[in-house]
Design a protein around this ligand. Structure first.
Ligand code: HEC
Ligand code: HEC
Ligand code: HEC
Ligand code: HEC
Length: 423
């Protein structure tokens, strides 16, 4: 290596080191108002000759529920939840604000930062203190922005982690069973669909692809599942450190307790569990099992056995539950390598469709939340494969959460297997 090159390397290594000091969570959040000017991100319509559309603020303010997340805490529904929980005011309670606003420590709130702005730009894009002044214009580059602390939201693993903290919860912010019993909706999440629903405030065009790479919906879906599955295991692990008689109930499958009191129509399906067992939320793990079966059958079998052990551990004790979480976590790390080596080919997507339906026909997607994720996944795959398949039958079985039947889902999956388009 020439001396010049060696010096260049050393300097760039230093630059990376020094900018790393910027990055992370210590940056001040400057507030939505700072981004919203009409010459920045607050244009009324899309701007053609600029790299980004510049109407992001308008889309967020008008169509995105994140913009109203704080206002929700003033609604009648929130007041009821708060009253039942003995919280004086939901809009001042950290346990609600953590997810319904960009809840930063006081010293990290800039002059134009308001909790009232709800889930604002910086809740996802990161505190702008170090990149606000130089993230646009001739001299700016995406990699420099990232070094100054802009979150890499185009990376599905990064985006999923950001969303999951609120849409699934984390160890320090959870939509608890107490909140649910007081009237909070049950949380559900799937990265690809939720990004579309948000709705998108970015445009994937040629220059977007050049700056940030291709977007593959299936890749994003599966990486999203990987992140939420890991996050869930983390939460489960965390809540099995308890001394109390009952653990946090929101970490289990809701319908393993909430169902009409009659013998199930489907006692033996899927996992080998004694009737009346408490079940964990296994939808993401099940999807990953089907996904990886397309690439590595052995790993899929390992995962299947470990999901069964996790379910069983929930009936044994906290120690067993923690051990099971840890074993699964390392399996997911192996799975991550295989999964993210390269996006699924068209042929693999077709096989994944088949393996999902086969798993559903066996009864692996046993609970309501499983079937919900199954439906979203199948629909996404059909769209990506340009099929006209709509899964109306499956959708109608999800119509009423309280009238859900695992047996009917199995039947429908069998029917779909017989009518599946050939890939
Ligand atoms: C700081 C917490 C937080 C983060 C981070 C977050 N969300 Fe949300 N999200 C919420 C809250 C709270 C609501 C409900 C807002 C309301 O209606 O009051 C919501 C609502 C939504 C909705 C509307 C849901 C519906 O049923 O219509 C979508 C879609 C959504 N979020 C997608 C995402 C995606 C995708 C990400 C990650 C890129 C994300 N969210 C990150 C807190 C968050
Ligand atoms: C772990 C994050 C989290 C916590 C903590 C949380 N929420 Fe939510 N909340 C959400 C998300 C995400 C949604 C959107 C659910 C969806 O539609 O998918 C939501 C939705 C709601 C809704 C329904 C909004 C609508 O218009 O449908 C209300 C009301 C609500 N939350 C109030 C509260 C209150 C009150 C608290 C505190 C006691 C609280 N939330 C704590 C994440 C959270
Ligand atoms: C709930 C999370 C979330 C919130 C809130 C949010 N964004 Fe985004 N934003 C994303 C995601 C995800 C993308 C798409 C991935 C990417 O390109 O980074 C994105 C993309 C963008 C882009 C990139 C467009 C491009 O072509 O590269 C801009 C600019 C942007 N957002 C600005 C804003 C502004 C301004 C606000 C506040 C008014 C905001 N965002 C609020 C998640 C969010
Ligand atoms: C281990 C069993 C168990 C699990 C798992 C469980 N719950 Fe509950 N749930 C209960 C019990 C016990 C009550 C109290 C029933 C009562 O007051 O009569 C309850 C009450 C409720 C209520 C209030 C019902 C009422 O009539 O007032 C709601 C809503 C609720 N749970 C939602 C959920 C959701 C959503 C989940 C999943 C995230 C869940 N539960 C998981 C046991 C469970």
């Amino acid at each position: 290596m020439s001396i010049c090159k060696a010096i260049l390397r050393a300097v760039s290594a230093l630059l990376i080191l020094s900018s790393a000091a910027f990055a992370g969570d210590d940056a001040i959040h400057v507030g939505v108002a700072t981004c919203a000017s009409s010459v920045c991100h607050g244009r009324a319509g899309e701007k053609d000759d600029s790299i980004v559309a510049q109407n992001e603020y308008r889309i967020w303010a008008k169509y995105d529920r994140h913009a109203r997340a704080y206002q929700t805490l003033k609604s009648a529904q929130s007041q009821t939840i708060a009253r039942k929980m003995g919280i004086p005011d939901a809009s001042q309670a950290p346990e609600c604000l953590r997810c319904h606003s960009d809840y930063q420590a006081t010293e990290k709130r800039g002059e134009r930062f308001y909790l009232e702005d709800g889930v604002g730009c910086e809740a996802c894009h990161g505190g702008a203190e170090h990149w606000l002044d130089n993230h646009y214009g001739e001299q700016a580059s995406h990699s420099a922005n990232l070094r100054r602390g802009l979150n890499k939201t185009e990376d599905p693993m990064v985006a999923a982690q950001i969303c999951a903290n609120c849409h699934l919860g984390s160890n320090n912010q959870l939509a608890t069973h107490q909140m649910m019993a007081a009237g909070h909706p049950r949380l559900r999440f799937e990265l690809d669909t939720w990004l579309t629903l948000m709705p998108y405030h970015h445009v994937v065009d040629a220059d977007y692809r050049e700056r940030k790479g291709e977007v593959d919906a299936i890749d994003r879906w599966l990486k999203g599942k990987l992140v939420t599955a890991k996050q869930y295991l983390n939460i489960l692990n965390h809540h099995s450190q308890t001394e109390s008689l009952l653990p946090e109930l929101a970490v289990f499958d809701c319908h393993s307790c909430h169902r009409p009191m009659q013998s199930s129509d489907d006692p033996a399906a899927g996992i080998a569990l004694a009737p009346g067992s408490l079940r964990i939320q296994d939808a993401d793990l099940r999807l990953l099992e089907s996904a990886i079966s397309v690439r590595d059958g052995k790993l899929a079998n390992t995962l299947e056995a470990q999901i069964a052990s996790l379910h069983q551990a929930a009936g044994k004790g906290f120690k067993e539950l923690r051990q099971s979480c840890q074993t699964l976590e390392s399996t997911l790390n192996r799975l991550e390598q295989t999964l993210s080596a390269n996006p699924y080919s068209r042929q693999e997507k077709g096989r994944l469709q088949g393996s999902l339906l086969a798993a559903a026909a066996r009864g692996d997607f046993r609970d309501y939340a499983d079937a919900e994720q199954l439906f979203l996944g199948l629909q996404l795959l059909a769209e990506e494969l340009d099929q006209t398949q709509t899964y109306q039958g499956l959708f109608s079985l999800l119509d009423n959460e309280d009238n859900y039947s695992a047996a009917r889902i199995r039947q429908e999956a069998r029917r779909l297997m017989d009518t599946k388009p050939k890939e």
